[in-house]
Design a protein around this ligand. Sequence first.
Ligand SMILES: CC(C)(COP(=O)(O)OP(=O)(O)OC[C@H]1O[C@@H](n2cnc3c(N)ncnc32)[C@H](O)[C@@H]1OP(=O)(O)O)[C@@H](O)C(=O)NCCC(=O)NCCS
Length: 180
Amino acid sequence: MWQSGLHGTGRGLPGALSWGRVPVRQLDPGEGETLRTLRLEALLDSPDEFSSTYEREAVRTTQEWAHWLAAGATFVYDDPSRGPVGLVAAVPDEDGPAVVWLMAMWVQPAARATGAAGALVDAVVAWAIRHDATRVRLHVVEHNAVARRLYERHGFRPTGQVERDGVTEVAMEVRVGPGG
Ligand SMILES: CC(C)(COP(=O)(O)OP(=O)(O)OC[C@H]1O[C@@H](n2cnc3c(N)ncnc32)[C@H](O)[C@@H]1OP(=O)(O)O)[C@@H](O)C(=O)NCCC(=O)NCCS
């Protein structure tokens, strides 16, 4: 069900996807600067929602951003007039490809409640299915009701709680693929 409406762009880019005219695309390995810009903006805008900090990531090297891009797939939502306004990463679990982690989800405040966030979640789920994953997992800060509702609309369900630096996070999971 998650792949309905999913098409290649025909531009020959292996990670490029579109749902009809939904402008979600995978960053290619040379787009570390785009990733850096969006990620640092996200950490400044929403410091309480991520397990990292602006200070920690502002000093990342070009090589480290390239390493991020190589670790799975990173998607942006391209606004037709303003360029990339949203970010999400799909990262295979270190124990194997059956589990993909949805990470670093962020949409610029001006682009919220537009469907951009949902399109980015769909991109991660579609990527996970294409890579034979059976589950997509994430952690979300307990008080983040908007994000939790977003994930619930996409089939994620809570599986437990984890404590991180005194903050309670909810672990969520959705089954994907043929058995999902
Ligand atoms: C989490 C985040 C990505 C969600 O994006 P968002 O645009 O705010 O969320 P949604 O797409 O769910 O939209 C918000 C509301 O607008 C509604 N909406 C979505 N698309 C819409 C559209 N096209 N027209 C009208 N309303 C729409 C949704 O139903 C939702 O309503 P609800 O909260 O009452 O359920 C964003 O809020 C964000 O970046 N937050 C800061 C960082 C963060 O929390 N990241 C998550 C870490 S786990």
